[in-house]
Design a protein around this ligand. Structure first.
Ligand code: ATP
Ligand code: TZP
Ligand code: MG
Ligand code: MG
Length: 264
């Protein structure tokens, strides 16, 4: 588990993000904290060039426009040509038909390595109707593990569904991660940053099931440590302490990983 994080810190992969206006700064700081090297580049004129030198490309439709989605597709195709991992965060898919259509277009035209979203977003992309409000999901709608397996088969990629329990599924198997704290839901961009962190891990390790599981578990552990340190001071203090703790994970934290491996 920790070895995967160590390799990120040693190799300092360049992670190219085409992301939303809400989370850009938090994402860059979070990637720096885990030991990756972030770059945000959106212009259609440069995205292919940037994607071809980056270790991973993150496509996040949080504040999408037709133009940014065109740039995402261009970047995704350039990454595919170099066999670099592409992570898609379909923020708000299902909330509007535009978002759903654009997320599906990206899945059709780009060979996506990891699709990471909340349960409602992933459900809507598979044609199921789970309740969604803006970019937030409601919990307790159905069997998330089955949904992750189904989506992985449908889209032919690794699917990560996050929430109280995170599920990672691909044709190699399915893992569940029980780390994390509810305070994460009070920090906007905690899902978006996780998608980018998964990209950083995938940039340096081809075993996507294993490395995404490590990324998600350590992310949750950093949140648990931060929540303990800030006590009842609230989400502002938590957000800052979470960035601190993301940069302080060591080998000793491996015992805190709560991972369940489900045989297929
Ligand atoms: P949403 O918009 O539904 O909040 P999101 O894209 O922000 O979705 P989350 O599902 O909130 O993504 O996941 C972000 C991080 O928060 C993950 O590490 C996840 O494990 C953690 N998380 C979310 N909900 C909980 C919870 N109730 N308890 C513990 N950790 C949680
Ligand atoms: N609106 C558009 S994108 C965005 C909001 C609030 C950020 C969503 O971030 P996350 O990681 O899904 O909480
Ligand atoms: Mg959240
Ligand atoms: Mg999200």
């Amino acid at each position: 588990m920790y070895t995967n994080l160590k390799v990120v810190q040693e190799q300092n992969p360049l992670v190219h993000n085409i992301t939303n206006q809400v989370v850009t700064n938090f994402t860059a700081n979070g990637l720096l904290a885990v030991g990756a090297s972030p770059v945000m580049a959106n212009a259609i004129e440069e995205v292919a060039e940037m994607a071809s030198i980056a270790g991973a490309v993150i496509l996040n439709i949080g504040t999408l426009t037709t133009e940014t989605v065109d740039a995402m597709i261009e970047a995704g195709k350039a990454a595919n040509e170099k066999d670099h991992p592409v992570i898609l965060d379909p923020v708000g898919a299902g909330a509007t038909s535009f978002r759903t259509a654009k997320a599906k277009q990206i899945l059709d035209e780009v060979n996506v390595t990891v699709l990471r979203g909340n349960a409602a977003e992933i459900a809507h992309l598979t044609g199921e109707q789970w309740e969604i409000k803006g970019v937030d999901t409601r919990s307790g709608e159905g069997d998330v593990t089955q949904l992750a397996k189904k989506a992985s088969e449908l889209f032919g990629c690794t699917v990560v569904i996050t929430g109280e329990v995170d599920v990672i599924s691909n044709n190699q198997g399915t893992n569940r991660v029980m780390n994390g704290v509810p305070l994460l839901t009070k920090v906007t961009g905690s899902g978006c940053l996780l998608s980018s962190v998964i990209g950083a891990f995938a940039a340096v390790n081809n075993d996507v099931l294993e490395t995404a599981t490590s990324a998600i578990s350590f992310y949750g552990i950093a949140a648990e440590k931060a929540a303990k340190l800030v006590g009842d001071r609230g989400p502002g203090s938590f957000q800052i302490e979470f960035l601190n703790q993301l940069s302080k994970i060591t080998e000793d934290d491996e015992v805190l990983c709560k991972i369940e491996r489900i045989t297929k």
